[in-house]
Design a protein around this ligand. Structure first.
Ligand SMILES: [Fe+2]
Length: 395
């Protein structure tokens, strides 16, 4: 029989030999005496199974005779396989026991059979090979177990991570909803405050009723036409709604005075930009509302007030409100003249495009006028103010 060479064994193995002939057991003891194995013997299957059940450490190899009293080798292996499924099983039999060998393979799950009599070196080599195979089986099982355990750990880790991500996402969504609700509440409060402040000015000059709201509407329309971001449009809306709030410090006799104003009265009117700035600068708006309002009477060529700023030194938001302010004022009735109309207002801003009014803002107004006509620059019919007794509204 050709026996393949095996690598050196890594472990000390336990071997159980079951045979009813004491001479056979002795032969094994002698053959294996010089090897580094733990040898156990039993004289029948019943004793063999008891040794397997009471073993302190697993058996790597079980060798059993076929013909024994109490139970034969096939019956013994069938039960032994249940106790140590990974142990290599070798059946000892005679040449004539073909049926027993087939039975042992099918029922006892034997890996090898050995016929009596044997050659010692062959038997020894087969035992070594079987133990080597047992080590491979053990290693294989260890690796399979390791992979299984690692897979389970990964699976658990994954589940924990997924749960954490789900929880975090849900927390973030709830937080975002909370922030959104809080932001919407703030917007409502801000809107209400701005409208209230605007109304305060109107109570002192009821003839300009709706002027600021309309300037805000036109300004926002222009800003949208120019493609400004939503945040700038919001800033323009607030600033335009409050742009004349500084008139609160102007005596109402001047605000409501019919006819032309004196130079002194004009100077008093002009203070409304600075007054508005002083009122609003302390409020922590999310936009530069105070600066925009301070500059809403500045002109591109520097002829405006209160700072005489030029061109792009004037905030774009202020340039837009300045143009909308003029359009609304010219399109509306005044105490000393009827409404001049949107056409005249358009002629005015085109005539002074790039001089008094920003060129891009004027171009945007013309595009709106072309697309929507006069209605884009007019108040609703029922909110049109009656003849206003003061020219101060245009200041
Ligand atoms: Fe003004």
């Amino acid at each position: 029989m050709n026996v393949p060479q095996t690598e050196p064994l890594k472990h000390r193995h336990s071997i159980l030999i079951v045979d009813d002939e004491e001479s056979i057991l002795n032969a094994f003891r002698r053959i294996l005496a010089d090897e580094d194995y733990d040898i156990h013997t039993a004289s029948d299957g019943k004793e063999g199974l008891a040794k397997l059940r009471n073993a302190q450490k697993p058996f790597s190899l079980i060798i059993s005779d076929q013909r024994m009293p109490v139970m034969n080798g096939v019956q013994f292996f069938a039960a032994a396989k249940e106790i140590f499924p990974d142990a290599v099983r070798i059946l000892l039999t005679g040449y004539a026991d073909t049926d027993a060998i087939i039975d042992a393979i099918n029922k006892g799950g034997i890996h090898l059979y050995f016929t009596k009599p044997w050659r010692e070196e062959e038997l020894l080599a087969h035992i070594k090979q079987s133990l080597y195979k047992s080590e491979l089986l053990m290693e294989n099982r260890r690796l399979v177990e390791l992979i299984k355990r690692q897979n389970e750990e990964l699976l658990n880790l994954n589940k924990t991570l997924e749960e954490k991500v789900r929880q975090k996402t849900s927390d973030l969504l709830a937080k975002a909803e909370e922030l959104k609700a809080s932001y919407e509440r703030s917007q409502v409060i801000l809107d209400g405050t701005v409208k209230t402040m605007s109304k305060i000015v109107e109570t002192r000059d009821p003839y300009t009723s709706g002027h600021e709201v309309m300037v805000a509407k036109i300004s926002c329309r222009i800003a949208r036409e120019m493609g400004l971001p939503e945040q700038k449009i919001e800033a323009i809306h607030i600033a335009a709604t409050l742009h004349d709030i500084g008139k609160i410090s102007v005596p109402s006799e001047i605000l409501t005075k019919p006819g032309r104003l004196t130079d002194l009265e004009m100077e008093i009117i002009k203070t409304h930009c600075r007054v508005a700035y002083d009122i609003l600068k302390t409020i922590d708006f999310p936009y530069p509302v105070a600066d925009i309002i301070l500059q809403h009477h500045e002109r591109i060529d520097g002829s405006g007030y209160p700072l005489g700023l030029k061109g792009e030194n004037i905030l774009l938001e202020a340039r837009i409100i300045a143009t909308a302010d003029v359009i609304e004022a010219m399109a509306s009735h005044r105490p000393y003249r009827p409404a001049l109309g949107v056409d005249v207002a358009m002629e005015e801003i085109v005539k002074f495009k790039g001089v008094l009014y920003d060129s891009d803002v004027v171009d945007a107004c013309l595009r709106i006028y072309k697309a929507e006509g006069k209605k884009a620059f007019l108040q609703e019919e029922n909110s049109l103010s009656a003849a206003k007794p003061s020219s101060a509204a245009e200041m």
